[in-house]
Design a protein around this ligand. Structure first.
Ligand SMILES: NC(=O)c1ccc[n+]([C@@H]2O[C@H](COP(=O)([O-])OP(=O)(O)OC[C@H]3O[C@@H](n4cnc5c(N)ncnc54)[C@H](OP(=O)(O)O)[C@@H]3O)[C@@H](O)[C@H]2O)c1
Length: 270
């Protein structure tokens, strides 16, 4: 299949690389010479001309920032969208808006995360159409996929999109705690990452509630319970719940603002 990636930045580049590795022919677009050179160095075709990329592809991925979308879409003849399959990875831009702008196209939304750069994204997909299977395959090349209702995209953005930042923050806390207890930062960082990988493997293997694993390692009057008491006193779990709720509310608010702005800008440009 021939795939166009409109906007070959962080996420776009990961998708270009993944699509190439699955044997697809890929054309990536960008504005700067640097972006185009990066796409070419991966072995894909590169162009500034979005129309050329769309016209020659069956599947089109839109991976520009939402604020650049009105300008990008205005430079494309509306007829070009007819019969194409389009997947938008833009945060917040709703299917209904995309369908209104790209009339005649089969439209999907995808919400990958930054882990797509290492082939480990958990990507939410939503939308309906004949090429659902191909869309799924494309995103499986950068990790795992979940088909969800569009209403869940905001909480997905908070949990899985912002999740790597929240986990990085926790990792830093664990490392600093070890440094404060006398371990070198380098050793602590490496140990924390290995411990996390092992914990994930363990949780996946047991498939039960995460608290079963917690209780397995909690000896009476031991080390773990001493640490857990602090977590309890400092309301760590409550803070995590509020973190996701706040990020989810923010994703919904930003999505609404972005979506309305795009609709307004597109109608002004007509
Ligand atoms: N980063 C994430 O973790 C993440 C996660 C989920 C979803 N997303 C979504 O993915 C999209 C891209 O995010 P990103 O982080 O990859 O952004 P990014 O690195 O800034 O990439 C955006 C790319 O779009 C290109 N571009 C801008 N206007 C263009 C135009 N008119 N024609 C062709 N290319 C154009 C830019 O090219 P130049 O640099 O050459 O100008 C840049 O390479 C966003 O909509 C975001 O909401 C991102």
């Amino acid at each position: 299949m021939r795939i166009a990636v409109l906007g070959s930045g962080t996420i776009g580049t990961a998708l270009v690389r993944a699509a190439l590795s699955s044997g697809h022919r890929v054309i990536g677009t960008g504005r700067s010479e640097r972006t185009l050179e990066r796409v070419k160095s991966l072995g894909a075709e590169a162009t500034r001309n979005n129309e050329e990329a769309i016209a020659s592809s069956e599947l089109v991925v839109v991976s520009v920032k939402p604020q650049h979308f009105p300008e990008m879409v205005s430079s494309v003849s509306s007829d070009l969208w007819i019969g194409r399959t389009v997947v938008s990875v833009m945060a917040g831009v709703r299917l209904e808006t995309l369908r209104r702008i790209m009339r005649g196209a089969e439209v999907f939304r995808a919400m990958p995360n930054v882990n797509s750069t290492v082939g480990k994204s958990a990507t939410a997909l939503t939308g309906e159409g004949e090429r659902r299977g191909e869309v799924d395959s494309l995103f499986r090349t950068v990790g795992v996929t979940y088909w969800v209702q569009e209403e869940l995209m905001d909480v997905w953005t908070a949990l899985v999109g912002s999740g790597p930042a929240f986990v990085s923050e926790l990792v830093d806390g664990l490392v600093l705690g070890a440094v404060a207890s006398g371990m070198s930062r380098e050793l602590a960082y490496s140990a924390v990452l290995d411990m996390l990988e092992g914990t994930i493997a363990n949780l996946r293997a047991h498939r039960g509630h995460p608290l079963e694993l917690r209780d397995n390692v909690t000896t009476p009057a031991g080390t773990t319970i001493a640490g857990l008491k602090v977590m309890e006193r400092r309301l760590v779990k409550s803070a995590m719940m509020e973190t996701i709720e706040a990020a989810s509310r923010r994703a919904a608010r930003l999505g609404k603002v972005i979506d309305e702005k795009i609709s307004r800008e597109i109608s002004e440009r007509k």
